[in-house]
Design a protein around this ligand. Structure first.
Ligand code: NAD
Length: 527
């Protein structure tokens, strides 16, 4: 039975969901010392921002601890690098807040342009001041969205419904990604800013986005434009915005997020042209419930070994992509196991080349699967898709990936070159009909092996009688040959033979084959 420790607030709906799945849930707020002491009793942790999931916590938690879920978005409190090294998946719940934050953005936009907070204040003071409350419509205005991700796209849908023209700036996405949200992407801030009546920001806070709206950008904007910020406070330089509003360059701003929270300097917020809220983008019942359900469902999925949507230290995969990827992961891991048992020496370099359809998939996971196949059998600690490449690096194995090249008769091919000192080994595999895995090349020789069961691999001289001799030795020991393939580049030259056998092959039988003249190398591989 899985045990999950929820160490901070989580909506009851998420806890119920887990209990219905038969999970044992502990819901308490441990001190750091208690966390260290008891983390090893749990398969997963669910935290918010106050639980410090340090390397020490993760190290104490493994091998039982497999997942850390953040009920929310930011994860500064989780040592994700350490989690990666220890093979612990870290995931978050970034979709639950999306609608609430987009709705608040639209709410602030309407409030700002229609001066709703001021109107309400007049009314509360028993003042009937209609003249001062002349506002503006959203209809027909140009909205500029910086950061057209989850929330930016939801804002776009709603802005389109209001009859606004929606422009966007986001250098990390393509126009096709946002066509259906009615956003026209522009290639620079310089192009976007002079065109917009209202600017709204939906970017994460990064080195690049910190103060991305400062004096220069505010000057580039249309005189009398408005600004909304429901993303992170530090993406706008408050002092510059203050000045631009006082000077009349910017007509007003609505801010849910602030440079410091709570603000240390309230002067911007106190301007009559500014309306402000205390970071309440996600403060709705629905968002809290959605986040709780999102994080528990993701953790459950991860514990079952299924695809997760919002992993932080492993690429997240939509189910349809995972369905295509899964047989490649199997193939690649088997190829890695094959290579490990074949080579049996410390590897210096692994070079993977992806050819054909496979290049459209997140192939870094296929790389990880290969490394897992090689390392898992030889390391005491568990190797998984998350930590595989990291562990290879720690062992001095250089891992590189290339795309493209000749696949010959195959529509997809994963070819791996492995260097051990000055020796090179090569293995290639493919999927026949999307999900039948085959090893199809060994050291450049064409073979046809299903990567499972017991396989004898030989390197020999192609001459009459070789197959007969090996068959006799195996027959004498009652070892049944299920399948055989001889790959050669020229007649009577060097050849490779793969023999799939129904029984394990004892050492003396392999030695017997090795003693036959013309057999240069004989390996036994069990997958
Ligand atoms: P997201 O990751 O889905 O989208 C962010 C987008 O910004 C991405 O498309 C990315 O390509 C783009 N981007 C990154 N750097 C950029 C740059 N330099 N210039 C232009 N675009 C850039 O994130 P999201 O879930 O939509 O969240 C957006 C922001 O909203 C985050 O900062 C998040 O912390 C914040 N947020 C605030 C609240 C709130 O309570 N106010 C709630 C939830 C999220």
């Amino acid at each position: 039975m899985y045990r999950i420790w929820i160490t901070e607030d989580l909506d009851e709906i998420g806890i119920e969901w887990l209990r219905e799945k038969g999970v044992e849930v502990e819901y308490s707020r441990p001190t750091y010392e208690e966390l260290l002491e008891r983390v090893k009793e749990f398969d997963a942790l669910i935290v918010r921002t106050n639980t410090r999931v340090t390397e020490e916590v993760i190290a104490r938690g493994v091998p039982r601890l497999k997942v850390v879920g953040r009920a929310g978005v930011g994860f500064d409190n989780i040592d994700t690098d350490a989690a990666t090294r220890y093979g612990v998946l870290v995931l978050n719940a970034p979709y639950g807040y999306m609608i609430s934050t987009a709705e608040l953005t639209i709410g602030l936009m309407l409030a700002l342009l229609r001066k709703i907070p001021k109107a309400d204040l007049y009314m509360k003071n028993e003042q009937w001041k209609k003249r001062e409350l002349l506002g503006a419509e959203l209809y027909g205005k140009v909205l500029g969205i910086i950061g057209v991700g989850r929330i930016g796209r939801q804002v776009a849908i709603r802005a389109n419904a209001f009859g606004m023209r929606v422009l966007g700036y986001d250098p990390y996405i393509r126009q096709e990604d946002v066509d259906k949200y009615g956003v026209k992407l522009l290639s620079s801030l310089e192009e976007l800013l002079p065109q917009v009546d209202i600017l709204t920001l939906h970017v994460p806070l990064t080195e690049e986005t910190k103060y991305m709206i400062s004096e220069r950008e505010l000057r580039l904007m249309k005189k009398g434009a408005f600004i909304i910020n429901c993303s992170r406070g530090k993406v706008i330089k408050s002092s510059a915005l203050y000045k631009a509003i006082v000077e009349g360059q910017i007509a007003g701003a609505a801010l849910d997020v602030h440079e410091s929270e709570p603000p240390s300097d309230w002067s911007l917020i106190k301007l009559p042209q500014v309306i402000a809220t205390p970071h309440i983008g996600s403060a709705t019942y629905e968002a809290q419930q959605k986040v709780a359900l999102e994080v528990v469902e993701e953790i459950w999925m991860a514990l079952q070994g299924g695809p997760v949507r919002s992993s932080i230290n492993m690429p997240s995969l939509p189910p349809e992509v995972y369905a295509y990827l899964k047989p490649y992961l199997y193939l690649s891991e088997k190829m890695g196991q094959f290579a490990g048992q074949w080579i049996r020496k410390p590897v210096d370099e692994v070079r993977l080349t992806y050819i054909g359809d496979v290049v459209d998939l997140p192939y870094s996971l296929i790389t990880a699967a290969f490394i897992k196949g090689i390392l898992d059998p030889v390391l005491g600690e568990p190797v998984n898709y998350i930590n595989a490449v990291c562990m290879a690096k720690e062992r001095g194995i250089s891992v590189t990936e290339n795309v493209g090249g000749q696949g010959g008769e195959f529509t997809n091919l994963v070819r791996v070159e492995i260097r051990v000192g000055k020796e090179y080994y090569e293995i290639a595999g493919t999927l026949i009909g999307r999900n039948i895995p085959k090893i199809v090349e060994i050291d450049g020789f064409r073979v046809d092996v299903e990567p499972k069961g017991n396989i004898i691999l030989t390197r020999h001289i192609d001459r009459p009688g070789m197959i007969g001799k090996i068959g006799t030795i195996l027959g004498e020991r009652n070892i049944n040959i299920a399948n055989m393939y001889v790959g050669r580049k020229e007649v009577r030259g060097e050849a490779v033979m793969t023999l799939c056998v129904d029984e394990p092959v004892p050492q003396e039988v392999l030695d017997g084959i090795r003693s036959i003249e013309g057999f240069e190398r004989v390996d036994f591989i069990s997958l």
